[in-house]
Design a protein around this ligand. Structure first.
Ligand SMILES: Cc1cc2nc3c(=O)[nH]c(=O)nc-3n(C[C@H](O)[C@H](O)[C@H](O)COP(=O)(O)OP(=O)(O)OC[C@H]3O[C@@H](n4cnc5c(N)ncnc54)[C@H](O)[C@@H]3O)c2cc1C
Length: 458
């Protein structure tokens, strides 16, 4: 079964060997997703003399980086308003600006390294689907205005939105300029090749099964079935799988996000839908929906809803959940009734890492020699670039211009032990889905006071 359309489409025929025996390197990176690959590339850019080894359990891009919804967006799991409330308006503003800078960084790197990741910087539309979603849309603009970072954002009423794209029951949208659609397969596979071109090594089918922090003069090590690697610095870039690593079990909750993809759509249907601007689309549902238009004229529709698995279990078979996939196909038809009868070519999914507070962490502890980037909560395609630069700064220079961002050195509160974790996660999944359904039926926004809403405030 295919991991994703993206990896299928970006197949480059490159097969990398596994680790063959023990070795010592300057930097060992665990995980060849975007976090690991950006970190490796950025370390080598800062100091080409360092030896950098990336160890990947499966193949480069196998994780969320090769399966996502194509949203390269200057946003985080945590909203600007909530970030300001938890930290300060200055820190929230600095974080937003750093993320916007990352968008330019990615664009420049792709040009520099010759990676054609089909980047289209067309912004995104957060659509209010029904009157109950209008207040959430207005609140997000207000929060940005209060922070003084709303330049280029625009509230579109239903007519203005309909001139761009015809979405059933749309009451308006917030246009957000700082985002681009990307081909995740070409991005992650291209970045892997770029790491190698910069002098790094990637080994595949090499799972790290144990790690030891620095002890006195003994360097940190990672253990794999085919050898042990000791390094000056170890970087964990394993997102959802961080929950499988010793000592990190309760840092993130693996949550499954699932995706369906249509066949290429004919011109007649596109004429009915509009969407000639190729913006990314989403609504304001708690249960999350995200849409993108592929370069070859398909529509991707993704969302959450697949159940959390007891004990933070992750398994290939969980990438498919027929009830959730069927629900996503149905939702797409509700957005665009003109698609009735259109074929779906692909369905896939994958785990993302959700920390207790929805805030990613970029950390490097020189005392243990272990660093990590994780906890993107489904918004990591762009944030991984910032993570990679921060970690490379810390490893190579011992400091970073981003040191004051709240994500740097951040340690989330740990998730509860089982069975509490399972009970809590399942309660929230069911309660939030009900909340979405009920507000849609009543045409009224959720009160904001229910237990579920208070627990997931972000
Ligand atoms: C279906 C889906 C849709 C998404 N859509 C979007 C989107 O549109 N926009 C957005 O911003 N974000 C999205 N996300 C989230 C985004 O893709 C991730 O935040 C981002 O890709 C994280 O990159 P990463 O490198 O940290 O982790 P990953 O890409 O998950 O990479 C982790 C890697 O580590 C490897 N690994 C794990 N354990 C070990 C081990 N023990 N030893 C060696 N290797 C190991 C894995 O095989 C994997 O390759 C989505 C996620 C999913 C699942």
């Amino acid at each position: 079964m295919t991991v994703s359309f993206w990896l299928e489409d970006a197949e480059d025929g490159i097969r990398r060997p596994s680790l063959d025996g023990s070795c010592t390197v300057d930097v060992a990176v665990v995980g060849a997703g975007l976090s690991g690959l950006w970190t490796a590339r950025e370390v080598l850019r800062r100091d080409p003399s360092r030896s950098v080894l990336v160890l990947e359990a499966r193949t480069a891009g196998f994780g969320a980086s090769g399966r996502n919804g194509a949203w390269l967006i200057a946003g985080l799991g945590i909203s600007p308003g909530e970030l300001a409330r938890r930290t300060s308006p200055e820190q929230a503003r600095a974080t937003i600006l750093a993320m916007r800078g990352a968008l330019d960084e990615v664009e420049n790197t792709l040009a520099e390294d010759g990676i054609d990741a089909r980047l289209r910087r067309k912004g995104n539309l957060r659509v209010a689907r029904g009157p109950h979603e209008v207040p959430a849309m207005e609140r997000s603009l207000e929060a940005l205005e209060q922070l003084g970072v709303a330049d280029g954002f625009e509230l579109l009423d239903a007519d203005a939105l309909a001139r761009r794209v015809h979405i059933d029951d749309a009451r308006g949208a917030l246009f957000e300029p700082y985002s681009a659609a990307i081909h995740p397969g070409h991005l992650v596979r291209g970045l892997a090749r770029s790491v190698e071109a910069h002098g790094g090594t990637i080994v595949e089918h090499t799972p790290v099964v144990d790690l030891t922090p620095r002890r006195g003069r003994a360097r940190p090590t990672v253990v794999t079935p085919t050898g042990t690697v000791s390094a000056d610095a170890v970087v964990l870039a394993t997102e959802a799988w961080t929950s499988r690593l010793p000592g990190f079990e309760r840092r993130v909750l693996p949550v499954y996000s699932l995706v369906v993809l249509t066949e290429p759509i004919d011109d007649e249907r596109w004429a009915q839908i509009g969407w000639q601007g190729h913006e990314l689309l989403a609504s304001h549902r708690y249960t999350v929906d995200y849409l993108s238009r592929t370069v070859d004229g398909r529509i991707l529709f993704g969302g959450r809803g697949a159940p959390y698995h007891f004990g933070s279990r992750i398994a290939d078979r969980y990438d498919h959940h027929e009830r959730t996939h069927a629900g996503l196909r149905q939702q797409l038809l509700e957005w665009f009734p003109a698609l009735r009868g259109v074929g779906f070519s692909h369905a896939w999914g994958g785990p993302l890492g959700m920390p207790r507070d929805w805030m990613p962490s970029f950390e490097h502890d020189p005392a243990t020699g272990i660093g990590a980037a994780y906890g993107y909560t489904g918004q990591g395609v762009l944030a991984t670039n910032l993570a990679g630069r921060v970690l490379a700064d810390l490893i190579v220079h011992g400091d970073t211009p981003y040191r004051d961002l709240p994500l740097v050195g951040h340690r989330p509160r740990r998730w509860e032990p089982e069975p509490l974790r399972w009970l809590g996660a399942r309660y929230l999944q069911v309660a939030l889905a009900r909340l979405d359904d009920r507000s849609a039926q009543r045409g009224r926004p959720p009160s904001g006071r229910s237990l579920a809403e208070r627990l997931v405030r972000h």
